[in-house]
Write a protein that binds this ligand. Structure first.
Ligand code: FES
Ligand SMILES: [Fe+2]
Length: 439
């Protein structure tokens, strides 16, 4: 049907602009789910979400309701949340523990944690002579075609073929290395539970915003300015302002021209990195105590390498945004052409002192949570963008900022010096989108 209505999807994406239907057309959305989200590696969750045998979390991959579950052998399985008998959802809760096995609430078929059929009530008398039984794979809960884990972060692909997880991630794996390496024990632990926000706009609008270095000093200026005023007042009164205020006031003090000094890098598969902003090397007593533990764990040279990684954001297309230096992650789950769920998680660095965790928590609450004005600032624009794109007020979305200045080397596009606010990351994402959509 889509083929008849939209004969050539490639005409919708030009190097510096994209047709509005890419964001608003329900048939294009369905095709995106088939050709992108239900094919590529999608982040399911962190292994520390399911520490014990039988622990599970529901996760949406494209349009498919899935379960991430810990097996008795310690492995993590990703299964469709569906009973092979008559299709009942296997679990209704978002997360929990299934006990020694899954038991369907309808007719009590039971399944091992890898999805294999364990028992059916009165199986012999009921099923002898039929095609149904333990030897028939149709009687198992269906597993995701592929599951892989990188440094504790679990991904699944619903397609049997395609690149391995590491091939897919390429350079973007730095998101997980940077986060884990900052832990004295080399690992992170999730802090349950997450915030969930449903935005009334297309999923791509969220992803584009993550590396949109021009918007923060416009969209978040009022929030930053209010925080800056309070920060100054506290400083005047007490001699120093808490570090957490800086997380907000930076939105006012880092002006548009300064954002142009940062750099973005766009990689194959649509992944991108915003580098050069965090610069988090404060010298307060908490940080110095942490530095000491890190040097003991890694040695001075390796420590300098680890804390010298200067990343603001890593975007792993099509559904993950990671802020590794502050241990934050947002998973993007499209629910419909104009509805997108984001799960907002944060992590604890294993072996790091409590104040370092508190810093991550402060950023989580002040910048990424639904309670902060920063998030509200963005959500308002996402909704307004989707409204505008749904109108007949124009056919194209422009990604022309600094177009023609990109520096391409071996498939990696770097923004030219002083072009940090370039729309190169959006161009890179849409190029990948067009490739995926060709099937
Ligand atoms: S639907 Fe699950 S046992 Fe019948
Ligand atoms: Fe923003």
């Amino acid at each position: 049907m889509l083929q008849e209505r939209i004969p050539d999807l490639s005409k919708f994406v030009e190097p510096d602009r994209v047709r509005r239907e890419v964001y608003t057309d329900t048939d294009i959305f369905e095709l995106e789910m088939q050709r992108i989200h239900e094919r590529v590696w999608i982040y399911c969750g962190h292994e520390s979400q399911v520490p014990k045998t039988g622990d599970y979390y529901q996760v949406q991959i494209g349009r498919q309701p899935m379960l991430m579950v810990r097996g008795s052998d310690g492995s993590i399985n990703v299964l469709y949340n569906r009973c092979p008998h008559r299709g009942n959802m296997m679990v209704g809760d978002r997360n929990g523990n299934s006990g020694e096995f899954f038991r369907c609430s309808y007719h009590a078929w039971t399944f091992k944690h890898d999805g294999r059929l364990r028992s059916i009530p009165m199986m012999e008398s009921g099923y002898t002579g039929t095609r149904w039984g333990k030897d028939n794979p149709d009687c198992n809960m269906k597993p995701a075609a592929r599951v892989e884990n990188y440094r504790g972060f679990v991904f699944a692909s619903l397609a049997a073929d395609g690149p391995t997880l590491l091939e897919f991630l390429g350079e973007s794996k730095v998101a997980f290395d940077d986060m884990c390496d900052r832990a004295p024990e080399g690992e992170v632990e999730i802090v349950p539970n997450c915030f969930r926000v449903i935005q009334h706009s297309n999923w791509k609008i969220f992803l584009e915003n993550q590396l949109d270095a021009l918007h923060p000093s416009v969209v978040h200026q009022s929030t930053g300015r209010a925080a800056h005023n309070v920060e100054k007042a506290i400083e005047k009164e007490t001699g120093h302002a808490p570090l957490s205020y800086h997380m907000l006031s930076a939105f006012a003090t880092v002006t548009i021209d300064k954002w142009d000094n940062f750099q973005t890098l766009s990689y194959p598969h649509g992944h991108c990195i915003l580098a050069g902003y965090m610069g988090l090397r404060p010298t307060d007593p908490d940080t110095l105590a942490y530095d000491k533990i890190m040097i003991k764990a890694y040695g001075k040279k390796r420590f300098e390498e680890i804390v010298g990684v200067n990343i603001h954001h890593v975007l792993i297309y099509p559904g993950l945004s990671v802020q590794s230096p502050l241990q934050q992650l947002r998973a993007v789950r499209p629910l419909g052409v104009d509805r997108t769920l984001t799960e907002i998680w944060h992590f604890r660095l294993k072996g790091a002192p409590e104040p370092i965790y508190r810093r991550s928590l402060a950023y989580y609450n002040l910048v990424n949570s639904p309670a902060t004005l920063i998030n509200a600032d963005d959500l308002e624009n996402f909704w307004k963008c989707h409204q505008g794109l749904s109108s007949d007020g124009g056919d194209w979305v422009s990604f022309a900022r600094h177009h023609g200045h990109d520096i391409e080397k071996n498939g990696v596009v770097e923004t030219a010096p002083n072009c940090g606010t370039s729309e190169a990351p959006m161009r890179g994402q849409m190029k990948a989108w067009a490739e995926y959509m060709r099937g």
